[in-house]
Ligand binder design. Sequence first.
Ligand code: GTP
Ligand code: MG
Length: 193
Amino acid sequence: MKVTKSDITISAVAPKQYPDEGYPEIALAGRSNVGKSSFINKMINRKALARTSSKPGKTQTLNFYLINEVFHFVDVPGYGYAKVSKKEREAWGRMLETYFSERENLKATILVVDLRHEPTKDDISMYEFLKHYELPVIVVATKLDKLKKSQIHKHIKRVKDTLQLDAGDVVVPFSSETGQGKDEAWREIERFL
Ligand code: GTP
Ligand code: MG
């Protein structure tokens, strides 16, 4: 998709704030600081529409970005961030569970993992949670630029094996630094729009 228009529609914490124009939604999921917001920016050629940070815990609400007046990217807070209080973590958990389990507009979720590392327990739980709700999942393995070429194949296989990826699901190696994987990511997303 050639993106010519992108804007924030709303930052929401509860269903009554979700946009109601009926656009399909592609949501992000993944560990805090893995690169979800950076992924959105790279895909839409914007430097900082989605706010990013080198410190985890930057995204704290469900942020709906309208792309080409065709669909919303929904940026979400990451999981696994130890520094937020238990109470806050629980509130985020409820917010995410409500969105992922109830949202009719949600067409597919991009589960972002770090290609350098083995997926965590939380990553596995998230994948299983999405499968449980029969939501399509696209796994994007980011920070590809941090790996040597010779390591890439082995690391992709480890992501697939650790998540016990369904035969029909793909892993898209990606870099928000270089833009590698962008065309493939768009092809995967467009299947659900
Ligand atoms: P939360 O909002 O806290 O959940 O984090 P997030 O998943 O949205 O991560 P964010 O996009 O804010 O990126 C976190 C850090 O990782 C930033 O310093 C980014 O510059 C860096 N980063 C993200 N993607 C890549 C990538 O592909 N390569 C490299 N080298 N750095 C990346
Ligand atoms: Mg973020």
